[in-house]
Design a protein around this ligand. Structure first.
Ligand SMILES: C=CC1=C(C)c2cc3[nH]c(cc4nc(cc5[nH]c(cc1n2)c(C)c5CCC(=O)O)C(CCC(=O)O)=C4C)c(C)c3C=C
Ligand SMILES: [Fe+2]
Length: 425
């Protein structure tokens, strides 16, 4: 598995890089990572993002490939910093301008992900740092296809999500013609990419909304662990694993099979559902540990199911306690969202936490930038959210405040730009 997964190979490099961080950068970037790290280590070439600093530790040197079957930032391990940004095309911009924009964006993303500077007027924000696992992922919203005259090529999977009774959505912070996800293990590297991409948008597109998120930094725990969210729960345990035979089928649009030929441009792509979910943390913190664990159906400390075992032990959903009730409550979040309760519906959750300050009432404006990936939202997010909407114990502690659904095309081939098969096909 690890040999065929570029993202996991990056992790392997990161492990080797730990040795490098202790002083032997040559080992970290030797036979395993040398080719990918070349651009950041080469002091002689123009376009290097190296400033005055010396050699890079493994965290800075780690590079994720831009080209590939799938875009980076989907199966890439969670990064410490994230920016989500949606753009609308300006009134004068159509298909030609959109194609030129995607070409500029792809060129910049390819360069920055390789640890190079932007092609023109680089801001210098990321000087001294390496690529730091930077990923830039591009998607198209439903409205993009009208704006560019491409409605015949719009997949049905991009039809607007249904309304959910628990939605409290802000239209200004939802949807958008274009969506960009930026992730990096260094805050300056991530912000540098955001600035560069916004500059590239020029007169073609304007920012519609923008959100900032974070995760635990790599190396903060003794061994790699599933991340925690701002409620303190281990979050991500039940995610589909790359080693599972149906992983690709669940997450990526198949290359062949049913569906009109006009939609072939999405083969190898994926659909991202993005929700800004506010956590009502003051209410949550008033719950006892036992109450919090009943809400999820898993222990807080280890993430193990309430029916026993460790984090990765299967939930025994049929197990009845001495009180005659299911040990994992019937309204527990992990029970209701489990694939076996939803006809196999599954998604890859890859969120960032957010904190946008403290409101006048003293409550943090904090929560989860929920990003999930699937081959078809009607067989991933939608049925699960419908079920959660009807009786999830977690729902009284969260509020869905914004929503987006984006078609994320496959990764580019060498020299190609993201979306070229749609815009020029
Ligand atoms: C519609 C999809 C989902 C939304 C929205 C959602 C919000 C949300 N979830 C947590 C915390 C946890 N979720 C956990 C599991 C879990 N959640 C979903 C889906 C949505 N969650 C799924 C598909 C699963 C996996 C179920 C399974 O396969 O067993 C867990 C348990 C640990 C884990 O598996 O990750 C936690 C904790 C929050 C805080 C939240 C909104 C803010
Ligand atoms: Fe969840």
């Amino acid at each position: 598995m690890t040999e065929t997964n570029p993202d996991i190979e990056i992790s392997r490099r990161r492990l080797l890089g730990t040795v490098g961080a202790a002083g032997a950068v040559g080992i970290a970037l030797g036979t395993t990572g040398g080719a990918l790290a070349h651009s950041v280590l080469d002091d002689s070439g123009s376009g290097s993002a190296r400033g005055a600093a010396g050699s890079l530790a493994s965290l800075g040197a780690t590079q994720v490939a831009f080209d590939g079957d799938h875009q980076a930032g989907i199966t890439t391990p969670l990064q410490a910093k994230g920016h989500l940004v949606a753009f609308d095309l300006t009134s004068g911009a159509g298909r030609t301008e959109a194609a030129a924009l995607l070409r500029r964006w792809s060129d910049t993303a390819r360069r920055l992900m390789a640890g190079e500077t932007a092609a023109t007027s680089d801001s210098g924000i990321a000087l001294d740092a390496g690529p730091s696992s930077l990923t830039v992922t591009f998607g198209f919203g439903h409205s993009f296809f009208e704006r560019t005259g491409l409605t015949a090529r719009r997949p049905a999977a991009l039809d607007p999500l249904p309304d959910f009774s628990s939605d409290r959505l802000d239209a200004q912070r939802s949807n958008g013609d274009l969506w960009v996800q930026i992730g990096a293990d260094d805050g300056l590297v991530a912000f540098h990419a955001l600035r560069a991409l916004q500059k590239d948008a020029g007169e073609a597109a304007r920012v519609r909304w923008q959100m900032n998120g974070f995760n635990r930094s790599p190396g903060a725990t003794g061994t790699p662990m599933t991340a925690r969210n701002l409620m303190g729960q281990i979050d991500g345990t039940g995610n589909p694993k790359r080693s599972e035979p149906d992983f690709d089928k669940r997450i990526f649009v198949p290359g062949t099979g049913p569906g009109p030929a006009e939609h072939a441009w999405m083969a190898g792509g994926s659909y991202a559902v993005v929700r800004r979910i506010r956590m009502l943390l003051d209410d949550w913190d008033k719950q006892s540990l036992a109450q919090q664990e009943q809400v999820i159906g898993r222990t807080k400390a280890t993430g193990a199911p309430l029916t026993g075992g460790g984090e990765t032990t299967e939930m025994a959903l049929d197990k009845i306690g001495s009180d005659g009730k299911p040990v994992i409550p019937s309204n527990a979040h992990a029970r209701i969202s489990a694939p076996e309760q939803n006809g196999g519906a599954a998604m890859l959750r890859r969120p960032f936490s957010f904190h946008d300050g403290i409101g006048p009432d003293g409550a943090p404006d904090a929560g989860l930038l929920f990003v999930c990936w699937q081959a078809d939202p009607l067989r991933g997010f939608v049925p699960v959210q419908r079920k959660l909407d009807r009786g999830d114990a977690l729902s009284q502690f969260i509020r869905h405040e914004s929503s987006g659904l984006y078609a994320v095309p496959p990764g580019p081939r060498s020299g190609e730009y993201v979306g070229q098969r749609l815009l020029e096909g």
